[in-house]
Design a binder for this molecule. Structure first.
Ligand code: SF4
Length: 266
């Protein structure tokens, strides 16, 4: 059985191997560094429908099409959220659809990608999700919608790992290179664009190699104290934070008993 990795897993590992161990090796649920919101989910689904279901016989849709798609995604929202979402999508329409000569049909929306990688005789399966994948003249562009109220502050390393993972996965799936990732902040209309290079792919490979060695040797999952500790849901169990850490709760998965050996599947 292969070992599954995602951008979130790699980013957690890079921030703190001890947090990675609690979350993914022992299965403790409190996500240390992430959160989600229902308005954001509805906005993502509406945008997916806007691009996926448009017939593309007309160059751009009327605003009515955006309203139709939004109306199909609001079942779980409060009246305030429905209004807020409509305002956000109207702004999106003005900025990214209305002022273009045509709405380009994406290669895919709300997609899932996977790639495999053999490191230290362990097969890793890298997987990720994206909001939209567009074709460029010389490669691919990933579009990621953000519904947060402010522009997220993400470390360059977090971004680089995400770019590298997508680079690897898309290269295997489409035999084309990822050229850029564009983040679109839906509330402000701001766009942030990252160029993707071979260095990103190599950085992911180095991080996975480091993880592979730790998995194979069952080496101590070293805590890495830093700014992230103030948001970490595992501080009570962490030997770097507590002189007498709490024992892990009963629902924790048993500690892995077997070290990986050559040829042994994980
Ligand atoms: S509290 Fe800090 S050092 Fe401990 S697991 Fe969490 S992030 Fe790592």
């Amino acid at each position: 059985m292969a070992y599954h990795l995602s951008a979130a897993k790699l980013q957690t590992y890079d921030r703190c191997p001890q947090a990675y161990y609690f979350r993914y090796e022992r299965g403790l649920r409190n996500a240390p560094f992430y959160s989600s919101a229902s308005l954001g989910t509805a906005l993502h689904q509406a945008l997916a429908q806007i691009y996926r279901d448009w017939h593309y016989q007309d160059p751009i849709p009327e605003l009515e099409w955006i309203e139709t798609c939004w109306a199909q995604q609001v079942q779980d929202l409060t009246p305030e959220q429905i209004l807020e979402g409509r305002t956000i999508l109207r702004r999106y329409y003005d900025l990214f659809i209305l002022n273009r000569s045509s709405m380009r049909q994406p290669i895919a929306v709300e997609g899932k990608i996977q790639a495999t990688l053999q490191v230290e005789n362990i097969e890793f399966v890298l997987s990720g999700r994206y909001d939209r994948l567009d074709a460029l003249e010389d490669g691919l562009e990933l579009i990621d919608y953000k519904s947060s109220k402010t522009v997220e502050e993400r470390s360059p390393t977090d971004i680089n790992l995400q770019l590298g993972l997508y680079y690897l996965a898309l290269e295997q799936r489409y035999l084309q290179q990822l050229q850029q990732l564009t983040l679109i902040y839906l509330r402000s209309g701001e766009q942030i664009r990252f160029k993707v290079t071979l260095d990103h792919k190599q950085q992911v490979y180095r991080t996975i190699s480091d993880l592979a060695v730790r998995l194979r040797t069952d080496e101590n999952w070293q805590p890495t104290p830093g700014d992230q500790c103030s948001q970490c849901g595992y501080a009570r169990y962490c030997p770097a934070m507590q002189s007498r850490p709490d024992p892990l709760p009963e629902e924790a998965k048993p500690a892995p008993q077997l070290q990986l050996t050559l040829g042994l599947e994980l």
